[in-house]
Structures are given as structure tokens and as C-alpha cells.
Design a protein around this ligand. Structure first.
Ligand code: PLP
Length: 383
């Protein structure tokens, strides 16, 4: 890395490609290792477990360090990045790293479903209680914070219903009270939302989505400030978290094109969301960049762009609609180059559940006109 001020698109190309890691190749190669050999016992004794130092497979190789460094460089104010085998692990492991029995965790009601399940089962069993909050609470979070509140999880926009949060507002309250904040930043990525600069302590990504970008790798990342990174990294080693160098390499490869892919996802998704809004069978379009979306004002204030995932309300048989789409796949996850459609039924416990007619779309890199034609045919078939 260098200290020259540069824009994120340039960082995306330069970051992590240290000469000592890649030699004369463009990309640091896949280095597989469990055992790493020392020259002598003195060298073995003097080597400490750390990133960037060959020690043991758990601490990774240059393939891993290159990815971690690139993600750190993309978050102004961050000190380091820990890598996890899935996006879900990049949420659960950092929570385990910061919470202790007796602590309370605040979680938005629209949180990613498996995160909710983890809080309600695993964390509960370990004596951590979870209090769900309205994602639109903003600085009103002050009234929910109690003496045992130790961490606040944020997810913006949230899963399925896409509410955008007042992240800086919530983080400023948390800072005053010494509460740790963790943001699931998967939808925006560091390119469209600078989480650490907004006051977040630990920024989480399901790198499975836009970092990988090709629906062929599972990976998670947690990027943190100097106050939190060393303990987070140590906890990930204590918990035995290690990712394959092939997966790290795929993620680094995905990262190089993330800016151009995201821009294309953004343009197409906006065109399709606007088109859907004008259709008589469509109710609200929950896209953070459109005014129907709760928290849209925070998106306008804070975000540098919008990505390819949004939901909308459909009058008519959702399953028949999704089944009759030809260019949209039916399946979990998102963030790849291909379009996907799913009927979704969000679980809510403290806010009102949305009407049972939501469809979630991920807009891929196909020609948007073909996607609109496909959606139009499926809507026509409903009538
Ligand atoms: C997909 C997703 C995750 C989990 O990522 P995996 O790699 O599938 O485990 C976490 N958070 C959000 C918001 C997601 O959409």
C-alpha cells in the first residue's frame, strides 16, 4: 500500500498486490500450506503468530494476506481484516469475540434470518440476551440501551424489507456509552458505504455476494478499527477459523472487477425497479434508492450508490410469477453475475410483518431490457 490519496476504484486494483507476495506475477498466486518450515530453532522461537509472517497454515499465506489487506485498504480508518469461511461465520464469530455471558446484544428486527437464529439459540445458551429493535429507531436507540448492553448489531439495508438505518446516529450513541457496533455491510460493500468512517467498529461482509461475484465461493470478512482488530483476529484463531487459499484467491479475483460490476448491477436494478413501480400488479418497490423504501432519506444522505438487490409487493400468485420467469434463477444467496427471484416471507417479532406478497429480485449483469421483457411476460401471465 502507499499513502498517496487515491479513489476506491484505483485501490481496488492496487490493494494487496505487494511485490514480495506476487514476485513478477500480476496476482499473488495460490499458496497452499499447513506446515511452514523454519530455517532453524531460533527462527521458530522468534516467529510470532501474525498476518504477513509465515508461521503456520492457520495464519494463512500471501494469498490470504493479499485479500485481507485489500479489504482493509477499502475501508478508510480500518486497521485490519479477519477472514471467515462464510458470511454467516463473519457475523457469528465477531459476536462471540466481543460478547460475554450476562451481556445484552441489540439486533435490528430485519436482520438476516440465520443471524436471528444464532442469537435466539446459540447466544442465548451462552447467557447473552438479544433485544430486537426497530431498524428505523435512529438515535432513539438511546432509550433501549441498558447497563448490560455491550454490542449493537446493524444491517443496512436490512434483509428482505430493505429498511435503511441511521448508522452514524446509532454509532454516535454507542460510542458515548462504550458499546461496540457491528454492521453487516453486504448490500452496499465498502464501495457504496464507508462503514468505519461512519463510526462503525467492525464492518462485516458476506464476501460470498459481491466480492466473489460469480456464485462460486463462500467467504466472509470482518474489517475493524485499531481498537477492535487485534482481539477479533486472535478470537478467529482461537476459534480455528481458516479459509482455503483457493477461495481467498477467487475472492481477490472478484474484487478487482467489483466496481464495474456494482455499477452495472446498480444501473440495471434502478431501471427495473422504476419499471416495476409503474406496473398495475406491483405495490411498493422496496429499493433503498426509491422513496417507497423506509429509511430512503438515510440512503440519500449516506450512500455512494445502490446495488442489485431489492424487493417488491406483487398482487397475484407469487409462486406462479416466479416459476414463469425464464432469465431469473430460483435459489438462495445473491451478488453473482446472474439474476435471481424468490418469494420471501420475513419473520418479524417487534415490528409489523410485511404483507405476505413480497418478491425479492437480484438483478444480474444480463441486458436489463431482456430482464424487463421477462418480467413483463410473467406479469402478463398472471392476468
Ligand atoms: C447472504 C448473507 C449473509 C451470509 O452469507 P453466507 O456467505 O451465505 O453465509 C449475511 N448477511 C447478509 C445480509 C446476507 O445477505
Amino acid at each position: 500500500m502507499n499513502d498517496r490519496a487515491q479513489r476506491p476504484r484505483t485501490t481496488l486494483i492496487e490493494a494487496g498486490r505487494r511485490k514480495e507476495w506476487r514476485g513478477r506475477l500480476v496476482n499473488p498466486p495460490v499458496e497452499r500450506a499447513s506446515t511452514i518450515l523454519f530455517d532453524d530453532v531460533a527462527q521458530l522461537r522468534s516467529t510470532r503468530a501474525s498476518l504477513g509472517t509465515y508461521n503456520y497454515g492457520l495464519q494463512g499465506t500471501a494469498t490470504h494476506w493479499a485479500l485481507a489487506e485489500a479489504l482493509t485498504d477499502l475501508e478508510p480508518g480500518a486497521a485490519g481484516t479477519a477472514l471467515y469461511p462464510t458470511g454467516l461465520a463473519a457475523i457469528t464469530m465477531p459476536l462471540l469475540a466481543v460478547l460475554s455471558p450476562g451481556d445484552e446484544l441489540l439486533v435490528p428486527d430485519n436482520v438476516y434470518g440465520p443471524t436471528r437464529h444464532f442469537c435466539d439459540t446459540f447466544l442465548k445458551r451462552y447467557g447473552v440476551s438479544t433485544r430486537y429493535y426497530d431498524p428505523l429507531v435512529g438515535t432513539g436507540i438511546r432509550d433501549l440501551v441498558g447497563g448490560s448492553t455491550h454490542a449493537i448489531l446493524l444491517e443496512s439495508p436490512g434483509s428482505l424489507t430493505m429498511e435503511v438505518q441511521d448508522v452514524p446516529g446509532i454509532c454516535s450513541v454507542a460510542r458515548e456509552r462504550g458499546i461496540v457496533t457491528l454492521l453487516d455491510n453486504t448490500w452496499a460493500t465498502p464501495l457504496f458505504y464507508s462503514a468505519i468512517a461512519a463510526g462503525v467498529d467492525i464492518s462485516l461482509l458476506a464476501a460470498t455476494k459481491y466480492v466473489g461475484g460469480h456464485a462460486d465461493v463462500m467467504l466472509g470478512t470482518a474489517t475493524a478499527t485499531q481498537d477492535h482488530y487485534p482481539a477479533l483476529q486472535q478470537a478467529s484463531w482461537d476459534l480455528g477459523q481458516s479459509i482455503s487459499p483457493d477461495d481467498a484467491w477467487l475472492a481477490s479475483r472478484g474484487l478487482r472487477t467489483m466496481a464495474v460490476r456494482l455499477k452495472a448491477h446498480e444501473t440495471s436494478a434502478l431501471a427495473i425497479a422504476e419499471w416495476l413501480k409503474a406496473q398495475p400488479q406491483v405495490g411498493r418497490v422496496l429499493h433503498p434508492a426509491l422513496p417507497d423504501c423506509p429509511g430512503h432519506e438515510y440512503w440519500k444522505r449516506d450512500f455512494k450508490g445502490s446495488s442489485g438487490l431489492f424487493s417488491f409487493e406483487l398482487e397475484g400468485d407469487r409462486d406462479a410469477f416466479v416459476n414463469s420467469l425464464e432469465l431469473f434463477g430460483i435459489g438462495y444467496s445473491w451478488g453473482g453475475y446472474e439474476s435471481l427471484a424468490l418469494p420471501v416471507d420475513p419473520k418479524r417479532t417487534i415490528t409489523e410483518a410485511p404483507a405476505p406478497n413480497l418478491v425479492r429480485l437480484h438483478i444480474g449483469l444480463e441486458d436489463p431490457q431482456d430482464l424487463i421483457d421477462d418480467l413483463r411476460s410473467a406479469l402478463d401471465r398472471l392476468d
